[in-house]
Design a protein. Structure first.
Length: 457
C-alpha cells in the first residue's frame, strides 16, 4: 500500500501542510503527558504544591532520559529519508534495523546506570527534603518504563519520515488519551499519588510503543523493521546525525535542572515556591516547543528525501513554507501567553501568589518566541539534509547563551531575573543562525544540484 504522501512528487505546499500539521498536533497531544500529570498532582489535597515542585525537579531528568529516543530516531530518520530519495531501500532498511537495536540496548543501559544514582542526582538537581520523596516516587516508577518511552518516541520518527504523518499522530494520541483516563484513576482512586501518575504514563507509553512497533513490522511501509545487517559504522553515523537534536533536548533539560537549582539556592525562603513556579512555566514552554519541534522535525523527511533525490528547488520551497508555519505558530502562542496565561496557570494551582508569579514568568519567557520558531526550522533543516556540522554549533550557541545567563542574571539582579535567560537566548540564537543560513545554504544546495552519481541506486 502506498504512503499517505509522495515526498518527491506531491505539490510542496500541500505536502508540508499534510505532514507538518499532524506532526504538530501529535506533539501537542504528547505535551498532555506531562501537563496532565502536573495538573492532577498540583491539585492533590494538602500536598499539591510541594508534590508539584518534586515532579518539577525530576521532570527534566525524565525528559533527559527520553532524549535518547531523539538521538536514535531523529538521527536515523533523515538517513532513511535520504536513502529512500536515492532509491536505496536496502540501505534504508539496514539503518532502521540498527536503530531498533540501539533503542533496545540504550533502554537497558539507562535503567542500569541511573537507577542506583537517583537520590544524589535528584538532590543535585534541586530536590529539597520536602520535595525529594515526591520526586523519587515519580522518577523511579517512570524509569522502569524506559523501553516503552524510547520505542514510542524513537520509532515514531521512522513512521513519519516515510510519509505516514497521520499514523504517527495516532500513536501519540493513543498514549495521551490513555494517560488522561488513567491519571485520576491511579492518583486518586487507587490513592497512589505521584507514583500513580508515573505508572499511568508508563502504561500509556507502552500502548503507543506497541502501536508503532506493529505498524513498522507490517506491510504498509516501504522500510519495515528487519533484523541483521548490524554495522558499527551505520550506528556511528546515526549518532552523529542525532547528536544535534539530542543535544538540544538534553541541554534544554540540563538548563531546567540548573534553573531549579539556582532558584532553590538564590530564592531563600521562597526557593520551593519559585521551583514550583518554574515547573508551571516549563509546562507552558512545552506547549510552545514540542509542537514547534513537531513542525520542524516532522518535515525533515521532505527535506531529506528531496535532498537525496537532488531536487534542490523542492528543498528551497519546502523550507519557505516550513519557516512560515513555525513563525506563525509561535506568533499565536505569543498572543495566547498574554491572553490565556492566567487560565493555564490555574490548572496547576489555586494559590494567588504562586499564580501571579507563574503568569509573570510566562510573559517573560515568551518575549522572543517568534524568532525561536525560525531557529527551530533552520537548525532542524540543516539536520534533515545531513549538515550536522552546521546544526550542532548553532544549537550549542543558543544553549550557551541561556546557560551563562541563568547564572549571571540572578547573581546580579536576584533569583527572579533568571527567567530573562529564555528571551535573551531566543534573540541571540536565531540572529546567528539566520546569518549562517544565508551564507551556507545556497552553496550546499548548489553542490547537490545536478544528476545523481551512477552508483546510487
Amino acid at each position: 500500500m502506498a504512503a499517505e504522501n509522495d515526498l518527491g512528487k506531491d505539490k510542496v505546499s500541500r505536502l508540508v501542510w499534510r505532514i507538518a500539521i499532524p506532526s504538530m498536533l501529535g506533539q501537542f497531544v504528547s505535551v498532555l503527558y506531562s501537563i496532565v500529570d502536573r495538573m492532577y498532582i498540583g491539585n492533590i489535597p494538602q500536598v499539591g504544591d510541594v508534590a508539584l515542585a518534586g515532579v518539577g525537579v525530576c521532570g527534566p531528568v525524565v525528559t533527559l532520559v527520553g532524549s535518547v529516543a531523539f538521538l536514535v530516531g531523529v538521527g536515523g530518520a533523515p538517513l532513511v529519508s535520504i536513502r529512500m530519495g536515492e532509491g536505496n531501500l536496502k540501505e534504508a532498511k539496514r539503518v532502521l534495523a540498527n536503530c531498533f537495536l540501539m533503542l533496545c540496548v540504550f533502554s537497558a543501559l539507562l535503567i542500569a546506570v541511573i537507577l542506583p544514582l537517583r537520590e544524589p542526582m535528584l538532590r543535585l538537581f534541586g530536590a529539597s527534603d520536602a520535595t525529594y520523596p515526591y520526586a523519587e516516587a515519580y522518577f523511579t516508577a517512570y524509569l522502569c518504563g524506559t523501553l516503552f518511552a524510547l520505542a514510542a518516541t524513537g520509532l515514531n520518527q521512522f513512521v513519519i519520515c516515510q510519509g505516514f504523518a497521520k499514523i504517527g499522530m495516532a500513536s501519540v494520541m493513543l498514549g495521551a488519551a490513555l494517560n488522561i483516563v488513567l491519571d485520576p484513576l491511579f492518583i486518586f482512586v487507587f490513592d497512589m499519588g505521584v507514583r500513580g501518575a508515573a505508572i499511568a504514563t508508563v502504561i500509556s507509553q507502552a500502548a503507543s510503543a506497541a502501536y508503532v512497533v506493529l505498524f513498522l513490522f507490517g506491510k504498509r511501509v516501504m522500510v519495515p523493521i528487519t533484523f541483521g545487517g548490524y554495522d558499527l559504522r551505520i550506528m556511528g553515523r546515526v549518532l552523529v546525525m542525532g547528536f544535534t537534536p539530542f543535544l538540544i533536548i538534553a541541554i534544554d533539560n540540563v538548563m531546567i535542572i540548573a534553573m531549579n537549582a539556582v532558584l532553590q539556592r538564590t530564592g531563600g525562603p521562597e526557593g520551593d515556591m519559585l521551583v514550583t513556579c518554574n515547573t508551571i512555566v516549563q509546562s507552558f514552554m512545552l506547549v510552545v516547543t514540542m509542537p514547534l519541534g513537531g513542525i520542524s522535525g516532522g518535515t525533515q523527511g521532505i527535506l531529506g528525501y528531496n535532498y537525496g533525490a537532488r531536487q534542490v528547488e523542492r528543498v528551497r520551497q519546502a523550507q519557505k513554507y516550513i519557516v512560515g508555519l513555525c513563525a506563525g505558530y509561535t506568533t499565536i502562542l505569543f498572543v495566547l501567553a498574554r491572553i490565556a496565561g492566567p487560565l493555564f496557570v490555574r490548572l496547576f494551582t489555586q494559590d494567588p501568589q504562586l499564580a501571579g508569579e507563574a503568569f509573570d514568568a510566562i510573559k517573560i519567557c515568551t518575549l522572543a518566541i517568534i524568532p525561536l520558531g525560525v531557529q527551530y526550522e533552520l537548525v532542524d533543516g540543516f539536520t534533515g539534509i545531513g549538515q550536522v556540522r552546521l546544526s550542532l554549533p548553532l544549537s550549542f550557541w543558543r544553549k550557551l547563551v541561556y546557560f551563562v545567563a541563568i547564572f549571571l542574571l540572578p547573581a546580579a539582579f536576584g533569583a527572579r531575573s533568571a527567567f530573562y535567560a529564555e528571551p535573551l537566548s531566543d534573540i541571540l540564537g536565531p540572529l546567528v543562525t539566520v546569518v549562517v543560513y544565508f551564507l551556507c545554504m545556497g552553496k550546499i544546495l548548489k553542490e547537490r544540484s545536478g544528476p545523481a552519481p551512477k552508483t546510487a541506486k
